[in-house]
Design a protein around this ligand. Structure first.
Ligand code: SF4
Ligand code: SF4
Ligand code: SF4
Length: 974
């Protein structure tokens, strides 16, 4: 971009054409006060404090709104400027409360700072003070307070919520002296659409918006958010040994200072009193079952030496008696790369097994399998910032604004500010579908048909990129042939989406060779057809040539913060670090030589296989580091039974999770805030996390615990720091070959990074695919493993909510997050709810073929009739009791997105349970006819749903019970 030069207070400064005078002033290293300006917001010029004088220009223009021009001569501090600024400031704070000493913004108040800089006169303030009614404060939000009496109407919060967050929860209301910042309808913030992200609070210059539960920090430590795979850079404000505040790091490569509610307010779990502080050993004879028991009723505390000896001895005896294949190890996407590396090395070299896996099996195993097959790399192809430069975004199976909020905001801004066109394919109505040009609400489990239908239209309209296909891809002909069966009528019948919408989406995606990106999440991967679904996405991108260029790409959004890194580090049963196959003799030889041990060539068990093997008592011992499979595995009752059957279970975690409660030994581990190391985010960016506080009590770093056990088992592992471990990783893992801690302080590096001189790779597949040619795959529509029946008529899809994470072990111990969303809800369409007599907020019992849970109902048309949605964060309502363990045959990922359930009001279920006949009717209406000796009159009453006759027989039935009975009888078609 062309540079222009201008003079500022006599200094010559060069800036890019299009910059503002204020930007030029900042570039020259000069200060002018501002209260309404923020580099991330559009110039506003409301506070007028940044006024300047410009040669040849009349008056005092605001520098934030004045474009810089070649040869401009600017003064920032003349007498006139100072006089006018002082008056502006006096007017702004004339009525501001003067309780600065007790204001929670005191230490960092921008208003105070600017007032001191500009200099205000007491006499002027007294003259300007006018009587104004005290406005009520809004303290309804659990994260922050709003005191309108301190508001200077700079508009930063209003613009932040609109321009950055894309919510517009607040705006100016009324006029003149009455003007206030308000929610729509002047509702309390807690009842508004506010998402409690705190971006407005972070930018408010005046103490009007202030965070609750916070004190001034002594120091700020740059590290990485512990929640999702976006990997936002945070500054942890530390006081003593506590994190007292969290801010987004403005220089963060991924988030440029933005955070969602979890990142900003969800780190207090680190200091939660539930943290484990000493090793625990199960008391002899205490049964492995759940129940409301205190930890010390199950375990006794032990010192580290005893606990580690005990673990080493039991692991050793398991191997002696049953062989290394009787051992399983679950690594953790919450732990660092270095810890995952050490953990898989421990499994392979110290214990002699490849039975090591982690929660990627439950989220993106299908992505890794499909993308390796199609492209040769199992990861996101481009960078998150590519979304800014794309023209079409297809979001499929990703509730991005809730599960990856900072990427969600980026998508919203691309649509709103840059004209990107958005297609959302999701059975549910989500936030992004509200702004999408097309919302394809296809039936759960019909993604392949939908994508194949779109691709057939793209080909029929000649919109495929023939040059890209010819030069860079293979296996196109069989793929092309496979599309023949996906005509619009067929696809409409399979997916439930009108053919016009499918055609329109295909044309929108591919017409005019636009730059397009496909963003997807677990709505694609968590199916028995997960690998096929991802292959269909890969096909679409190759068909339209949307790979290897800026603004295009394949964007799987990884779940947990370091799930990409755990995969990269080889915490998978078939690959060593860097996806180097266990089955390749040369690779095995390399690791054998470096690790000094003979390594097993047998592919290990996946998580899914391990639970089955535990049930069959082929797997005898399991080591779980930082995972909670008791809540996260499908058909969780069955998984819990499997864990209880183990001879030995060791759990290493921050809290006594539901899984730890079943353990023989529990080892207290350090959290993200208590360690140095690296996380790799969803765009392959390896970022440094730094220790902010000490672990509580005797809790220790995960890698230190593992290396101690390894040493006891006779396989020496001695490292002095995580940086040393990373150096070993670099020496063995080509894609991490240039990744060393000392290179990561400036925003991290994206792999592949081949050597110390390599700058990393923001875009994969430029000029060629990692595997050579991109490979098209033939994939066909296959129905989900479980479809609705009369007994289980609703489809249940599980997922996440914005405020919580995974099995809730961290987010549910955060004061703000737990207050915001303290309990689970099942979303049911109003048509189904009315049919079942269910009101909003009613407690309902949900049953599947595997189990039953109780939760509150939320009537909403976000879900379509016949469908329901529930998050899996709550141990009180564990959604995975209901889910189907059927899995994808390639990636072994379970089908969390489609299970068949039925719902009943819990009060009715209880009423029915009190009556043997009604209970039987609820469970199996058809069976009642066979097992009960019914009179013809009663048979007729059932068939006609004749409640009056039934009542004579079974006693009074209240109105809702009658509605439910009729529904059940109708479902069963009795
Ligand atoms: S609440 Fe704060 S950010 Fe919002 S207008 Fe008032 S002073 Fe400005
Ligand atoms: S907390 Fe976030 S969503 Fe709520 S008003 Fe502020 S910026 Fe908007
Ligand atoms: S988007 Fe993800 S990484 Fe960023 S603050 Fe939110 S939870 Fe943390």
């Amino acid at each position: 971009m062309k540079e222009i030069r201008l003079s500022i207070d006599g200094r010559s400064v060069g800036v890019a054409e299009g910059s503002t005078v204020l930007e030029a002033i900042r570039k020259a290293g000069l200060y002018v006060p501002t209260l309404c300006h923020d580099p991330a917001l559009k110039p506003y010029g409301a506070c007028r404090l940044c006024i300047v004088q410009i040669k040849g220009m009349r008056g005092l223009p605001t520098s934030c709104t004045t474009p810089a021009q070649e040869g401009m001569v600017v003064w920032t501090e003349t007498e006139e400027i100072q006089r006018v600024r002082r008056t502006i400031m006096e007017l702004a704070i004339g009525n501001h409360p003067s309780d600065c000493l007790v204001c929670s913004s005191n230490q960092e108040c921008e208003l105070l700072k600017v007032a001191n800089y500009v200099g205000v006169r007491k006499s002027a303030l007294e003259k300007l003070r006018h009587r104004r009614l005290e406005s009520p404060q809004d303290n309804s939000n659990p994260a922050f307070n709003f005191d309108p009496n301190k508001c200077i109407l700079c508009g930063k919060c209003v613009r932040t919520c609109d321009e950055i967050v894309g919510i517009a929860a607040i705006d100016f209301a009324h006029r003149g002296y009455e003007t206030v910042v308000s929610t729509f309808g002047a509702k309390p913030l807690a009842l508004s659409v506010c998402q409690s992200c705190g971006e407005c609070t972070e930018r408010c210059p005046s103490g009007a918006l202030t965070a609750k539960h916070t004190t001034a920090a002594e120091k700020w430590v740059e590290t990485v958010c512990p929640y999702c795979g976006v990997g936002c850079s945070i500054l942890a404000g530390v006081r003593g040994n506590r994190i007292v505040q969290v801010r987004g790091h403005r220089e963060g490569s991924v988030n440029q200072g933005e955070l969602c509610v979890k990142g900003r307010y969800g780190s207090d779990f680190v200091c939660h009193p539930d943290r484990l502080t000493r090793p625990l050993i199960r008391i002899d004879g205490v049964p492995k079952e759940f129940g409301p028991r205190e930890p010390l009723e199950i375990f006794r505390e032990a010192d580290w030496e005893e606990a580690l000896q005990w673990v080493a001895q039991r692991l050793s005896s398991t191997i002696d008696c049953h062989g290394p294949e009787a051992m399983g190890l679950l690594s953790s996407a919450k732990c660092t790369n270095e810890e995952n590396y050490v953990f898989q090395k421990f499994a392979r070299a110290a214990l002699g097994t490849n039975n090591v896996d982690h929660c990627a099996r439950l989220c993106h195993a299908s992505t890794v399998a499909a993308a390796l097959a199609a492209f040769g790399d199992g990861a996101m192809s481009n960078s998150i910032s590519d979304i800014d430069d794309t023209e079409v975004i297809l979001v499929i199976g990703s509730n991005t604004t809730e599960c990856h909020p900072i990427i969600g905001r980026r998508i919203k801004r691309a649509v709103k500010n840059k004209g990107a066109r958005l297609i959302v394919a999701d059975p549910r109505r989500i936030e992004l579908s509200e702004m999408a040009e097309i919302h394809l609400n296809h039936l759960p489990g019909t993604d392949v048909a939908l994508l194949n239908g779109m691709m057939r239209q793209i080909v029929e309209h000649g919109l495929h990129d023939q040059t890209f296909i010819a030069e860079r891809c293979e296996e196109f002909e069989p793929f092309l042939d496979s599309l023949k069966r996906y005509d619009l009528e067929t696809v409409e019948n399979i997916t439930g989406v009108a053919r016009e919408k499918i055609l329109k989406s295909a044309l929108l995606f591919a017409e005019d060779k636009k730059r397009a990106v496909v963003v997807y999440g677990m709505g694609i991967t968590q199916h028995t057809t997960g690998t096929d679904n991802v292959k269909a996405i890969a096909n679409l991108l190759m068909l339209t040539g949307n790979l290897g260029r800026r603004g295009t790409g394949f964007s799987p959004l990884r779940g947990q913060n370091n799930v990409q890194g755990a995969c990269d580090m080889g915490a998978l049963p078939t690959v060593y670090p860097g996806y180097q196959p266990v089955a390749a003799p040369a690779v095995r030889e390399k690791f054998q030589k470096f690790w000094g041990r003979s390594l097993s060539e047998k592919a290990g068990l996946t998580v899914t296989d391990m639970f089955q093997a535990a049930h069959e008592q082929k797997l005898r011992a399991l080591y779980v580091m930082g995972e909670n499979p008791t809540l996260s595995e499908p058909d969780s009752d069955h998984s819990r039974e499997a864990l209880a059957k183990l001879d030995f279970l060791v759990v290493q975690d921050l809290f006594l999770t539901e899984t730890a409660q079943l353990a023989d030994v529990v080892l207290p581990a350090a959290s993200f805030a208590e360690k140095d190391g690296t996380f790799t985010n969803t765009e392959r960016r390896v970022q440094l996390l730094r220790k902010a506080v000490d672990p509580p009590g005797e809790a220790r770093l995960d890698w230190e615990i593992i290396t101690d056990i390894s040493n006891l088992l006779g396989y020496p592992m001695n490292y002095s720091s995580s940086a040393e471990i990373m150096a070993e990783i670099a020496s063995l893992t080509p894609i991490y070959g240039g990744i060393y801690h000392d290179r990561l302080s400036e925003g991290g590096l994206q792999w592949p990074c081949w050597n110390r001189e390599h700058a990393g790779t923001p875009i994969l597949h430029e000029g060629g695919f990692t595997r050579g040619r991109g490979r098209f795959h033939v994939v066909h529509d296959t129905p989900p493993a479980e479809l609705p029946t009369r007994s289980y008529p609703l489809i249940l899809t599980t997922g996440r909510v914005l405020e919580h994470w995974h099995t809730g072990s961290m987010s549910r111990r955060s004061r703000v997050l737990e207050t915001l969303v303290p309990e689970s809800r099942v979303e049911i369409n109003p048509l189904d709810a009315d049919h079942l007599g269910i009101q909003d907020g009613d407690t309902v019992s949900l049953s599947s073929r595997r189990g039953k849970v109780q939760t509150k109902a939320k009537k909403t048309d976000r879900v379509q009739p016949g469908q329901s949605f529930m998050a899996f964060h709550w141990q009180e309502a564990p959604a995975n009791r209901l889910t189907n363990p059927a899995f994808d045959p390639v990636a072994k990922i379970p089908e969390f997105k489609v299970s068949s359930i039925r719902a009943i009001l819990t009060v009715l279920e209880r009423a029915a349970e009190d009556n043997k006949f009604l209970a039987a009717l609820a469970e199996n209406p058809a069976g009642v006819l066979e097992s009960y000796d019914l009179t013809p009159q009663h048979r007729k009453a059932l068939a006609c749903q004749d409640m009056a006759t039934l009542e004579k027989w079974v006693g009074p039935l209240d109105e809702r019970l009658q509605v439910w009975l009729k529904t059940r009888l109708k479902q069963e078609n009795l």
